[in-house]
Design a protein around this ligand. Structure first.
Ligand SMILES: Cc1cc2nc3c(=O)[nH]c(=O)nc-3n(C[C@H](O)[C@H](O)[C@H](O)COP(=O)(O)OP(=O)(O)OC[C@H]3O[C@@H](n4cnc5c(N)ncnc54)[C@H](O)[C@@H]3O)c2cc1C
Length: 482
């Protein structure tokens, strides 16, 4: 198994990451990414722990070696449960705060390899390539991130009608041994920490957009790949007491620029094919398996969220207040709904041609409402907090200064906590809910799976309206009452 140390070592590979006008020489040593890389490394260590062999691994059908369960194509309901337990173990180690751990895109590749016929529609070699690449990711314990959304430059025009045809990442040249890609694609969360970037397009494309209708895998350190992460929150984190989450779990989101990047044919799974580019998401279980992980992670984060609220109520002395209990009951209802929707992916999952597909309505309904309900839950916690996040010393230094410490210890404690413990808890909550890190998380929950109007269309397409309307017809056809 790949250990955390192996993983960290492999990140020192000459990748081009730019922050504050400079190229980052080593992401594992730069303050912006160092702790996030270590958090990711811990996940590899958890998976490599011999005691976790059954929980975290399965046997590679090719090498006979243990490999990450995230790469197991589920064939039975028990397999999907095993995937859930794997992802839950990783999510708990990061409190659900790292969305694109290696198990996310692994789910997409499992889905691709499960139905290679979709890729064969573009030529048998593409189907063979995707099956072989899934095996490579699996057997080498690799971490893929993805950039599958065209840049938000001008959404009123299709890809090929942008002001410059090489704005969106697309093919600019075909060679005997592969293709050359130029342009940009958003938004590789975890990109700077991953081994491979999966580049494709999930936005609808139209005739004329063929150059952008591809699906390829590109090593992050391939010549010409440049990553431009948004402002890293760890840079502004004073220390791990005052910014306990931003200092450790900022997985980063990167704009990816491909500057004449060569991709050998073995790493090409869809090439200039609008139909295959669309069908890879919807006619394979890729989108379902990838987002199954996203929901496992989200449910873990919700448990953390409600745990924080409960600890805060204990601290403020409000935990026994009936009005507070009703608000917490509503919050617990929403968390329970998400917990149970997650189980419904398994229970109502169909097996299609020997492969288990997580339930579409179960998954997409949860995702569709997440963009609204997540905000509502955070709002309730703000309501419960009053001034609790604010009535705090300016930093850890105030607790250490003999001139200020006595006042802080006397006046900033709670009935049940000393001032330092109260401050530590509230710092954790503020980083979760109100800091720049917390605010980005709220945006993430709204958009990680695409804009909610698109997810709602997925629910619309898959909901059993026939059964619903049949009830209406039955009611209309009831015999008249004598
Ligand atoms: C924190 C974060 C992390 C992300 N991580 C990744 C990642 O790892 N990999 C990746 O590929 N992508 C990632 N994304 C990108 C994400 O997939 C896109 O943001 C998402 O698909 C929405 O696209 P957009 O941002 O271009 O918004 P747009 O498509 O421009 O839409 C913006 C808004 O415009 C309105 N709108 C636009 N069109 C319509 C319409 N037809 N009908 C109704 N309303 C409309 C809606 O209000 C919509 O929400 C991430 C995004 C965020 C915020």
């Amino acid at each position: 198994m790949r250990t955390g140390a192996d993983y960290l070592k492999s990140l020192r590979d000459g990748r081009q990451v730019f922050v504050d006008g400079e190229k980052v020489a080593d992401v594992t040593g730069h303050k912006a990414f160092r702790e996030a890389a270590r958090s990711m490394a811990r996940l590899y260590d958890i998976a490599a722990e011999p005691a976790n062999r059954e929980l975290m691994t399965f046997t590679s059908p090719k090498t006979g070696q243990p490999v990450l369960r995230a790469y197991q194509i589920p064939k039975t309901h028990a397999d999907l449960r095993a995937r859930r337990l794997f992802s839950e173990t990783w999510a708990e180690a990061t409190f659900g705060l790292m969305g694109r751990t290696p198990d996310h895109v692994a789910g997409f590749f499992c889905g691709f390899a499960a139905v290679p016929s979709v890729f064969a529609a573009g030529g048998q070699k593409f189907a063979d390539n995707v099956v072989a690449y899934h095996a490579k990711l699996r057997d080498e314990h690799l971490y893929a991130s993805y950039a599958i959304v065209p840049p938000q430059i001008d959404r009123s025009k299709p890809a090929h009608k942008q002001s410059d045809p090489a704005l969106y990442a697309g093919v600019v040249k075909e060679r005997d041994d592969g293709i050359v890609i130029s342009g940009a694609q958003q938004l590789a969360t975890g990109g700077v920490l991953s081994d491979v970037i999966h580049l494709s397009c999930i936005h609808p494309l139209q005739p004329g957009d063929e150059n952008y209708a591809n699906c390829v895998a590109i090593p992050v350190n391939a010549p010409g790949v440049k990553l431009y992460p948004r402002r890293p929150f760890a840079l502004a984190a004073a220390n791990s007491f005052d910014n306990p989450l931003s200092s450790r779990f900022d997985e980063s989101d990167s704009y990816v620029v491909f500057d004449n990047v060569f991709v050998p044919w073995e790493q090409v799974f869809c090439y200039r094919n609008l139909e295959v580019c669309r069908d890879q998401w919807w006619k394979t279980p890729s989108h379902l398996l990838g987002n199954h992980q996203a929901q496992v992670r989200y449910v873990t984060k919700l448990r953390f969220m409600i745990g924080l609220a409960q600890r805060m109520n204990e601290m403020t002395g409000n935990v026994g207040n009936p009005a507070v209990q009703i608000m917490m009951g509503e919050l617990a209802s929403l968390v329970s709904i998400y917990e149970n929707m997650l189980l419904s992916h398994e229970v109502t999952a169909p097996v299609i041609d020997g492969v288990l597909w997580p339930s579409k309505t179960g998954l997409y309904s949860a995702m569709a409402m997440q963009s609204e309900l997540n905000g509502r839950m955070l709002e309730s916690i703000r309501e419960l907090a009053g001034s609790a996040f604010i009535t705090l010393p300016s930093s850890l230094a105030d607790l250490e200064n003999p001139e200020t410490a006595p006042d802080i210890e006397r006046y900033m404690r709670s009935g049940s906590m000393d001032a330092k413990s109260r401050t530590a808890l509230m710092r954790l909550m503020w980083d979760f809910i109100g800091s720049e890190f917390g605010s980005r998380h709220q945006q993430y929950e709204k958009f990680y799976g695409g804009a909610s109007f698109l997810v709602k269309q997925n629910v619309y397409r898959n909901f059993d309206f026939k059964r619903a309307t049949a009830l209406v017809d039955a009611a209309l056809n009831l015999p008249a009452v004598e």
